[in-house]
Ligand binder design. Structure first.
Ligand SMILES: [Zn+2]
Length: 368
């Protein structure tokens, strides 16, 4: 999922995202709550309609941004109080409030409010964080079930961008056999720090609560990659195979391929978009820093093996020039290529899955 923090995948227009084959993008609850405000977006018919995105949307719970961006946060059993990173104003998120905001935004998939355990965290800290996350998951679910009908596109006609585009968007899922989402859904987030037994306990309890999908959170927070892999391998087999399984906040191109091959259906990461704006391109030949002087007269496309609109049309020399000149088009073109590269990885994994009987797919469906 490309990350569309503030109702936009930075530097790339929605029609381009569609043409690249993005089927679902992520919006950040914390940012949209602060600006322009979830009630304003509700009045605009929900985030799909507001940003003119007819495909699926997922919103995070806001918890991760509260913990990483805001100041003066105070966590209690009830929720978290924090100051806006924009103007210092005081706010609070409870599980109920986070769910209300996400319902107002009208995402296809919402996330239960959780506390993301930092790394490193000792066992007592991870345990306390886990206790909160599970209590908040229960409250999120109860509140969601009581209020999900308030979603702005509950009436499918209300979503119509124009008469030709009506209907509720659906999340297209990676693995065959998964029940498609036809209404708003709530995912739980497995926490537990880097402790395998805590992760297991959390996953088992959340599965008993019967959410629509499951995420593994609190990863890619600075831990070594082997540990990320170990936690995913520990938790994944405990999550229902007929529901989406989502690893949050990963990763590099080889990581997302590896996790998809393990049975992960969904991932999100700011890396392809953020790196692009800093001139870092992911290619079939490895990472390419377009700022490098060696590309100043290089007429090759950024990635000779890529058939994205940028690689079909522009040279490394031109992209380097745009970056050097500080042109807005630089971020746009770099981002389009990186997203095409990431989406291409997932498209290949999907194709291998659909091929089913091929030797490659045999490796893919590990059936953990
Ligand atoms: Zn390309």
């Amino acid at each position: 999922m490309p990350v569309g923090t503030q109702g936009t995948v930075k530097a790339v227009a929605q029609d381009v995202l569609e043409s690249l084959g993005a089927e679902i993008i992520l919006g950040n609850t914390y940012h949209l709550y602060l600006r322009p405000g979830h009630e304003a977006i509700r009045r605009m018919g929900g985030l799909h309609r507001f940003m003119s995105w007819p495909r699926a949307l997922l919103t995070d719970s806001g918890g991760f941004q509260v913990f990483s961006l805001s100041s003066l946060r105070k966590v209690t059993d009830d929720g978290v109080r924090f100051r806006s990173h924009l103007d210092g104003s005081l706010h609070s998120f409870t599980p109920e409030h986070s769910v209300d905001v996400q319902i107002a935004l009208g995402a296809d998939a919402c996330m239960a409010f959780d506390e993301c355990t930092e790394y490193p965290a000792d066992r007592a800290r991870a345990q306390e964080s886990l206790r909160l996350t599970m209590a908040w998951a229960r409250r999120s679910l109860d509140h969601f079930r009581a209020h999900r009908h308030e979603v702005p596109w509950h009436d499918p006609q209300a979503f119509a961008l124009n008469p030709a585009q009506s209907g509720v968007p659906q999340v297209s899922l990676l693995r065959p056999g998964i029940v498609p989402l036809s209404t708003q859904s709530l995912f739980a987030i497995v926490q537990g720090g880097m402790y395998r037994d805590l992760r297991r306990a959390c996953a088992e309890r959340l599965v008993e609560m019967d959410f629509d999908g499951y995420a593994i959170g609190g990863l890619s927070v600075g831990e070594p990659r082997e540990l990320t892999l170990e936690m995913i391998a520990e938790v994944l087999p405990l999550l229902p195979k007929n529901k989406p399984r989502y690893v949050m906040g990963v990763g590099y191109p080889d990581e997302i391929e590896q996790y998809a091959r393990m049975g992960v259906d969904m991932m999100d990461c700011v890396l392809p978009t953020r790196a692009a704006r800093h001139g870092l391109l992911f290619t079939s030949e490895g990472r390419l820093n377009i700022k490098n002087k060696r590309y100043s007269e290089d007429q090759n496309p950024p990635d000779p093996a890529c058939d994205c609109p940028v690689c079909r049309r522009y040279s490394r020399a031109y992209l380097r020039h745009l970056m050097q000149a500080g042109e807005a088009l630089s971020g746009t073109l770099n981002t389009i290529h990186n997203l095409a590269y990431y989406l291409g990885i997932m498209q290949r994994v999907r194709a291998a899955l659909e091929a089913g009987s091929s030797a490659d797919a045999g490796r893919l469906i590990l059936d953990t």
